[in-house]
Structure formats: structure tokens, C-alpha cells
Design a protein around this ligand. Structure first.
Ligand SMILES: Cc1cc2nc3c(=O)[nH]c(=O)nc-3n(C[C@H](O)[C@H](O)[C@H](O)COP(=O)(O)OP(=O)(O)OC[C@H]3O[C@@H](n4cnc5c(N)ncnc54)[C@H](O)[C@@H]3O)c2cc1C
Length: 416
């Protein structure tokens, strides 16, 4: 069913009784041409592009919980492509460009809001590195603009611009095309479109093991709902990537940490840009419901518990109030965490694994929501063709053996 203004009117006239289910809930078949493990944004996008770009429709997405219940439904919804290195800029800008057309393509409102993102400079050194950063972005063909102190103040009047502030604001840089998108809608939009192309989306189906044929090639998965055969399997399980890799018999350079976020009570529109302060670690935006969405750093210890530590909660609040003291009057409404998959160079892994026929998309760490379209696009490509998409070439697992890292982590604290 196509969603449209006409469909809304029709719904109103029929007491909203005729809306079909957004996706089916089929029983798993015994065999598929391709299986994607993980019903987060990356897994669902992979299934959609397998069907749409490569004509593979005998595809299953296996999700142990509910769709988008992992990091896709837990993140702070920021989308951007303000990366330093050309490989990353290409990857993330392709993703942002896909996002720009996705609401129409999926016929599902992703509420993409390109309100702009400002990285705040707190020192002369920040300003210097931001000038270099903006030049690099221009050379990579990505929009970016250096801002003076006054220009920052004009765009975010609630910021504490006093020179005596603990973290004085000296200026910043803006990516105008960055912003936010509705995270649940991204999962649901891809799920609905994939389902319409024939993909089976199977929730409450945990993958507990892998089977291999005599040649060593992958031949299927053991699940909580029985064995399912396929000779082409993709893993997109974020914080649980090393668990799945261990089940398949190989190791990943991934460490799992809790990353937390929180929202305040909703208030009237007060902030129409995304703010990021690398100096304090705070980042904040206002949701469409009016809540202030706050996030900051990783917990300091590895964990699979989907709750953050109190020390970090305090740290996030202190960092936010250091730049936005007016927020001290807001009440905190909710706090939560997700388990993110961190690799040494803060860049994703998209491609083949040591097991023939088994592919992986992971390592997005704290920043993979913005990468969902390109993560799905490139994982689908390698699953369908057996060779990497050119955008994903630099992001192979083997770079941890050859040392060809794309060290966005070292490229200042600006990326998050
Ligand atoms: C608090 C927080 C804030 C963030 N903020 C941002 C941001 O502002 N911008 C940004 O770009 N990124 C952000 N991120 C990162 C982003 O959310 C993730 O990188 C992205 O959502 C990962 O998507 P995914 O589909 O790979 O993983 P997930 O959405 O986590 O999906 C993986 C799925 O795999 C399932 N699974 C696990 N094990 C199994 C199994 N054995 N069998 C079957 N299914 C399994 C899980 O249940 C889960 O649903 C943030 C993350 C967090 C936690």
C-alpha cells in the first residue's frame, strides 16, 4: 500500500480500520538464497538492497529481539559526513546522499531534518584544526563552513558565549547538510520496503551457531527456531559482532562498550541546530517532540549490559551544562544505553570474513546510524557479487593485518 495524503483521507473515512500490517511475520523457510543476521538498520538496509539492487528476493533477516531494538532504536539520530580522510568522506557522504532521497524512495517519512551541525571550537588550537578539517572536506567535495564566534552565537543563542566560561567558545565549523533523522522510521521504512520486495523478516529468532559444508564454505545457521540453510550469510549485529564471529570460528578486533544517551522533558523549540563540543564531549540536539537529546562518551570498561554507568551520566550532564547553562532547569526524562562495536581506527569493517560465504558489516562504533544506507548498500553488494563495493574496499577486515588503518579516531576528537 502506498502511503499518501489520499491514503490518510481514506483511512479517516474508514475509521482507520483498513491499514494493512507494515510487514508480514512469516515462519522461517528451510533455505534462503541469502540470510542477514540482525534486524537493525544495517541488516534491514542490506536485505532491501539485496532485493532492490541485486534481484535477490529469497532473503531472510533474522533478528533475535524486535526490529530496531538494538542501537538503531537507541541512538541520538545524528547524520553527517564531516570526516577528515577521503575514504571516510566518500563513504559517509554517499550515505547522506542516500538519506536525502530515502523518504521518497521507501515511501516512509524518515523525518530527515538537515538543520546543520556545528562543531564548537574552544581554543585557538581547535580553530586551527577546524580550518584544516574544513579544507579537507572541501577537497573531498563535502559542504563545510568555518564560523566565527558571532556566527555561532547567532545560530545557537542559548550557548554560554562569555569569555570567562569554563569552556569558552571561540568559533566552530558547520556542515549545513548534517542533521537528524527519525531512527525508528529508518528501521521500519527499510523493513516495510524489503518486505514488499519479498524479504522474510523474522523476529524472535536468535542465531546460535553456524554450519559449514565439506569445502569449509558457510552452509547455514542454527537458530532458536531451528536450522536454516544458506550459502550466503551477512552479519550485521553491531555490539554482538565478536559473539557471532566466535560462533563462526574467527576473531574480530572489536571491543563492545555501552554508549549512553538521555532526553530531557519536552520544551518549546529552543535549538534548531545540532551542537557538538569535542572539548567537553557533549553533543545535543532538540527532537521533533521537543526533548533535548544529550549524549557523550563511551563507558570506560567493555560491557554487554545495555545500561550506562552513573559516572558517565553525571559527566554528560556536566559537559552539557558547561556550554548550555540554561538547560540546568530542565528535568531529565529518560536515560538508556546501547552496546557499540568499537575498533581501533573508528572506521567500519564491511566485507568478507575468513569463512567463505560469510560476510560482515560492523565496527561502526558510536557513529553507524548515519552509515545505515551505505552499510546496507555495500554489504548487499559483496554478498551478491562475492567482491567488495569500491566504497568499501578500504574498509576490509584485513587492514588490521596489513596496518592500512583509516584512523578517524586519531584525527582529533571531532568525530563521534
Ligand atoms: C546511545 C547511542 C547514541 C548513538 N548516536 C549516534 C548518532 O547520533 N549518530 C550515528 O550515526 N550513530 C550513533 N550511534 C551508533 C549507531 O546507533 C549504531 O552504529 C547503529 O545503529 C548500528 O546499527 P546496526 O544495524 O549495525 O546495529 P543494531 O541496531 O544494534 O542491530 C543489531 C541487531 O542484531 C541483533 N542481534 C544480536 N545478536 C543476534 C543474534 N545472535 N541473532 C540474531 N540477531 C542478533 C540485535 O538484537 C540487534 O537488533 C549511537 C549509538 C548509541 C548506543
Amino acid at each position: 500500500m502506498k502511503y499518501s495524503a489520499l491514503a490518510l483521507v481514506r483511512g479517516a473515512l474508514t475509521r482507520q480500520a483498513n491499514w494493512p500490517a507494515v510487514w508480514r511475520s512469516p515462519e522461517p523457510k528451510r533455505r534462503y538464497d541469502a540470510i542477514v543476521i540482525g534486524g537493525g538498520g544495517h541488516g534491514l538496509a542490506t536485505a532491501y538492497y539485496l532485493a532492490k539492487n541485486h534481484g535477490l528476493t529469497q532473503v531472510a533477516v533474522l533478528e533475535r529481539g524486535w526490529l530496531g531494538g538494538g542501537n538503531t532504536g537507541r541512538n541520538t539520530t545524528i547524520v553527517r559526513s564531516n570526516y577528515l580522510y577521503p575514504e571516510s568522506a566518500r563513504l559517509y557522504d554517499f550515505s547522506l546522499r542516500l538519506y536525502e532521497g530515502l523518504t521518497r524512495e521507501l515511501n516512509f517519512n524518515l523525518m530527515l531534518s538537515q538543520r546543520g551541525l556545528i562543531d564548537l571550537a574552544h581554543s585557538r588550537h581547535d580553530l586551527d584544526s577546524m580550518a584544516r578539517w574544513v579544507n579537507a572536506m572541501h577537497m573531498n567535495g563535502v559542504d563545510a563552513q568555518l564560523l566565527t564566534r558571532e556566527e555561532v552565537a547567532a545560530r545557537a543563542p542559548l550557548l554560554d558565549m562569555s569569555p570567562e566560561a569554563r569552556f569558552p567558545i571561540r568559533g566552530g565549523f558547520l556542515q549545513p547538510r548534517a542533521g537528524t533523522a527519525r531512527h525508528d522510521a529508518v528501521a521500519w521504512g527499510y523493513a516495510r520496503a524489503a518486505d514488499a520486495l519479498g524479504v522474510d523478516i523474522i523476529q524472535n529468532c536468535e542465531v546460535r551457531g553456524f554450519s559449514r559444508g565439506p569445502s569449509g564454505r558457510i552452509s547455514g545457521v542454527e537458530t532458536s527456531r531451528g536450522p536454516i540453510a544458506s550459502e550466503r550469510i551477512g552479519i550485521a549485529v553491531a555490539g554482538h559482532s565478536s559473539v557471532l564471529a566466535a560462533l563462526a570460528g574467527f576473531r574480530l578486533p572489536v571491543t563492545s562498550y555501552a554508549l549512553q544517551a538521555m532526553v530531557t522533558e519536552p520544551v518549546k523549540p529552543a535549538l534548531d541546530v545540532v551542537l557538538l563540543s569535542p572539548g567537553t564531549g557533549a553533543y545535543v540536539s532538540q527532537s521533533d517532540k521537543g526533548e533535548m537529546v544529550l549524549g557523550a562518551a563511551l563507558d570506560l570498561f567493555p560491557s554487554y549490559a545495555q545500561r550506562g554507568s552513573f559516572a558517565l551520566t553525571q559527566g554528560i550532564l556536566a559537559a552539557t551544562l558547561a556550554i548550555l547553562p540554561a538547560f540546568s532547569r530542565l528535568k531529565l526524562l529518560r536515560q538508556w544505553a546501547g552496546i557499540v562495536d568499537v575498533v581501533h581506527d573508528s572506521s567500519p569493517i564491511i566485507g568478507a570474513t575468513p569463512v567463505p560465504g560469510l560476510y560482515i558489516n560492523c565496527g561502526w562504533g558510536t557513529g553507524g546510524f548515519k552509515g545505515i544506507p551505505v552499510g546496507g548498500w555495500t554489504l548487499a553488494h559483496v554478498m551478491a557479487n562475492g567482491r567488495s563495493h569500491e566504497l568499501a574496499e578500504p574498509f576490509q577486515l584485513e587492514r588490521f593485518l596489513t596496518g592500512r588503518l583509516i584512523d578517524e579516531a586519531a584525527a582529533a576528537g571531532i568525530a563521534h
